[in-house]
Design a protein around this ligand. Structure first.
Ligand code: PIT
Length: 449
C-alpha cells in the first residue's frame, strides 16, 4: 500500500470503513475480534451530542432500539462509551439501501414491491404494538440484508409513548417533507401510527413508480399537494394497488385505512408470509445511563498500519461500481454516495478534486487521504458537505468515494455532475466504458471491465 492510515480498536471491536454519515454520527464497519463477527457501529461524539442538547434524543433512540427486536429491524447489540465517544453496536446489513436499488434498477415489479411492503408493514405494526413510532420512514432508512430482506434503520427521530401530550397525540414536526403526512405538516397533534402508515404509502408508491407521488421544488406547493393528497398513479399500477394506495394516502387520518385493515386487504395478502421470531422478555436499559455517566468506559486504541480492503469489504461496495443507471434522469431520486476508480496517484486525485471543487464554491479540508468539501452557499438543508476518501484496491488502482456528509441529496447530485466534468481526466475508463454505451459524456463513473 502506498499510504498509511490509522486503525482504531474500541474494546473488542476493530473499526473499519465508513458505511454512512450524518450530521451527528457516522456508521462504521467493524469486526468483533473475539468472535470474528462483522457488525456496524454508529459513532457519536459526546461533546457534540451534549453541545446540541441531543443526549435525550440519543437515549431515546437507544431505548427504542432495545424495545424493538424484529427480523425486519436492524438489531442493536450493545452500547459502549469511551471518554469522548458513544458507540452503538448494530447488526451489519450488507445489501445497501432500498433507495439505491430503485436508483440503479428503476421501479420494481409489483410483486417485488409488494414483498418489501409486506415486510415493512409487518415491522411497523410490530413497532406500533410496542408504542414505538418511527416518524422518519423513507427508502433511505430501509436497508437490505444479504438475502434481500428489508431492515428498518435510523430510529433517531422515533417517538416513545411518553412523549404524548395530554391529548394523547404527538406534536413535533419532523421527518422528510416528501414522506410526511398532511396532519404532521398541519402540526395540530397527530396519531403516530396513522402518520407512519402514510409514509409507508408514499414508500409503496415510490417502489412501484420509481418516482415520488408528491414532489414540488417549492415547499409551499409540496405541502399543498400533500394536504390534498393530490397524486396520480401511473398506468402500470394494478387496480388492487391503486385502491389500496388511495386508502392509505387519505389526507384525513380518521378515515385512513389502519394496519389491521391492510392485513385483510386482498392485494396486500397475496403471498404474505408474516415473519416469525421470538419475543424478547428482559430488556435492561441501565447501560444507556452508564454510557452517559461514564461508569463503564471502553478504551480506544489507535494503531498506524496500512489500510487494506479485504474481499468482503470490496464486495460490499461493488454494487456501487456500476453507476450507469445513476445518470439516467430518474425523477426525484438521487444517490448520496458515488464512487469511481482511477489509475492516477492518490495525491493527484485529491488535488484534481480540490481544483475542480474550488470554482464550484467549496472550502476544502484535507486529512490523511480524506478530504471534506464544504459548500459556501446555504442550500435547502443547510451547507452541502461532501466527504471524499481514496482507497487503494489493487497496485496503482484507486477507488475514490464521494459521500454526502450534509445538505440536500439533490444538490449533492448536481454538485457531482459538475465536479465529474472537472475530473474526467483522472477517471479510469475500462474497455466497456470506452464504448460509451449508457453514458452521457463527462460523467465520472466507473464500471467493471
Ligand atoms: C448497517 C449498515 C448501514 C447502516 C446501518 C447499519 C445503520 C443502522 C441504524 C442506524 C440508526 C438506528 C438504527 C440502525 O437508529 O449502512 O448495518 O441511526
Amino acid at each position: 500500500m502506498s499510504f498509511q492510515s490509522v486503525r482504531t480498536k474500541v474494546g473488542k471491536y476493530e473499526l473499519g470503513r465508513t458505511l454512512g454519515e450524518g450530521t451527528f454520527a457516522k456508521v462504521k464497519f467493524a469486526k468483533n475480534l473475539d468472535t470474528g463477527e462483522n457488525v456496524a457501529i454508529k459513532v457519536l461524539d459526546k461533546e457534540k451530542v451534549l453541545k446540541h442538547k441531543m443526549a435525550e434524543q440519543i437515549k431515546r433512540e437507544i431505548s427504542t432500539l432495545k424495545l424493538v427486536k424484529h427480523p425486519n429491524i436492524v438489531q442493536l447489540y450493545e452500547v459502549l462509551g469511551s471518554k469522548t465517544k458513544i458507540y452503538i453496536v448494530l447488526e451489519l446489513v450488507t445489501g445497501g439501501e432500498l433507495f439505491d436499488r430503485i436508483v440503479h434498477q428503476g421501479r420494481l415489479q409489483e410483486d417485488v414491491a409488494r414483498r418489501y411492503f409486506q415486510q415493512l408493514i409487518n415491522a411497523v405494526d410490530y413497532c406500533h404494538s410496542r408504542g414505538v413510532y418511527h416518524r422518519d420512514l423513507k427508502p433511505e432508512n430501509l436497508l437490505l440484508d444479504a438475502k434481500g430482506n428489508l431492515k428498518i434503520s435510523d430510529f433517531g427521530l422515533s417517538a416513545l409513548p411518553q412523549q404524548l401530550w395530554a391529548d394523547g397525540l404527538l406534536h413535533t414536526t419532523c421527518g422528510t417533507p416528501n414522506y410526511v403526512s398532511p396532519e404532521v405538516i398541519n402540526n395540530k397533534g397527530y396519531d403516530g401510527a396513522k402518520a407512519d402508515l402514510w409514509s409507508c404509502g408514499v414508500i409503496l408508491f415510490v417502489l412501484m413508480a420509481g418516482y415520488l407521488p408528491f414532489d414540488e421544488p417549492n415547499l409551499m406547493m409540496l405541502y399543498k399537494k400533500i394536504y390534498r393528497a393530490d397524486f396520480t398513479c401511473p398506468s402500470w399500477f394494478s387496480s388492487g394497488a391503486r385502491n389500496l394506495l388511495l386508502r392509505i394516502l387519505d389526507p384525513n387520518p380518521t378515515t385512513r385505512i389502519t394496519i389491521p385493515e391492510i392485513l385483510e386487504n386482498e392485494w396486500f395478502k397475496k403471498g404474505y408470509r408474516p415473519a416469525t421470531f421470538e419475543e424478547e422478555e428482559n430488556i435492561n436499559l441501565d447501560d444507556i445511563e452508564a454510557v452517559f455517566n461514564e461508569e463503564q468506559l471502553v478504551t480506544e486504541e489507535k494503531e498506524k498500519k496500512p489500510v487494506t480492503m479485504n474481499a468482503f469489504e470490496l464486495i460490499s461496495m461493488s454494487q456501487g461500481l456500476n453507476l450507469s443507471a445513476l445518470f439516467e434522469q430518474q425523477q426525484g431520486l438521487v444517490k448520496r454516495e458515488t464512487r469511481f476508480t482511477s489509475r492516477h496517484p492518490a495525491k493527484e486525485i485529491l488535488s484534481k478534486i480540490e481544483e475542480a471543487a474550488k470554482p464550484l464554491g467549496f472550502n476544502i479540508k484535507k486529512h490523511n487521504y480524506k478530504m471534506k468539501l464544504q459548500g459556501e452557499k446555504t442550500g435547502r438543508k443547510g451547507h452541502l458537505s461532501v466527504a471524499t476518501e481514496v482507497f487503494e484496491v489493487a497496485p496503482s488502482l484507486f477507488m475514490v468515494e464521494l459521500r454526502k456528509a450534509g445538505g440536500d441529496t439533490l444538490e449533492y447530485h448536481k454538485f457531482y455532475k459538475n465536479l465529474s466534468t472537472g475530473i474526467k481526466d483522472i477517471v479510469w475508463k475500462s474497455d466497456v466504458d470506452m464504448e460509451g454505451k449508457h453514458r452521457k459524456s463527462g460523467d465520472a463513473s466507473s464500471s467493471r471491465s
